[in-house]
Design a protein around this ligand. Structure first.
Ligand code: PNS
Length: 164
């Protein structure tokens, strides 16, 4: 069975992420979207919140599930019988670091990485840019699914209230 993982921080998941996940779902029998648990970095959303947002977003694809992982991605792959990591590439600037990680992961475990070019509509999109723009009142509704946009709006409103 061909089982691939789409790993990331997904803080929050954008339409760019969903573009890649949906296309990977058409190529592999099973796809796991794996959210990194990174104790060193506090996100805007907890890992549980990101998993909930992702679970809702991937509902259209019956062969896609969501999970979280800590430590090395290749250890997660090995323990779950995953033979391929799929990463989206937005631009050449992504390639340098992604290639380093792909080669390190291959050397560590034999797990291969496949790169999928993002659709042009999402080539400038990142979770951090979306958060930054939304924090200062910019409209990011075109870049997020409606539930993710609602969650982000609510989180920012809560943060503003906490500060006042
Ligand atoms: O969405 P991101 O933050 O670009 O995702 C990066 C991610 C989670 C794929 C990467 O940081 C990762 O695989 N982290 C797990 C730790 C690990 O395996 N590090 C070694 C990479 S060679």
């Amino acid at each position: 069975m061909t089982h691939a993982v789409c790993p990331g921080s997904f803080d929050p998941p954008t339409l760019g992420h969903l573009d890649i996940i949906g296309r990977v779902a058409g190529l592999f029998e099973r796809v796991t979207v794996a959210v990194l648990v990174n104790p060193a970095k506090q996100g805007m959303f907890t890992v549980e919140e990101r998993l909930d947002l992702l679970a809702d977003a991937v509902e259209p694809w019956a062969n896609v599930d969501v999970d979280s992982f800590g430590g090395l991605l290749v250890d997660y792959c090995t323990s779950h019988g995953i033979r391929a990591i799929v990463k989206g590439l937005r631009a050449v600037s992504d390639f340098d670091y992604e290639l380093q990680m792909a080669q390190m992961n291959k050397g560590l475990s034999g797990v291969d990485t496949l790169f999928m070019p993002t659709s042009p509509a999402f080539s400038f999109l990142s979770s951090s840019l979306v958060k930054q723009v939304a924090t200062y009142g910019g409209d990011v509704s075109a870049h997020l699914s409606p539930p993710v946009h609602a969650a982000l709006t609510a989180r920012l409103a809560g943060q503003r209230q906490d500060r006042s």
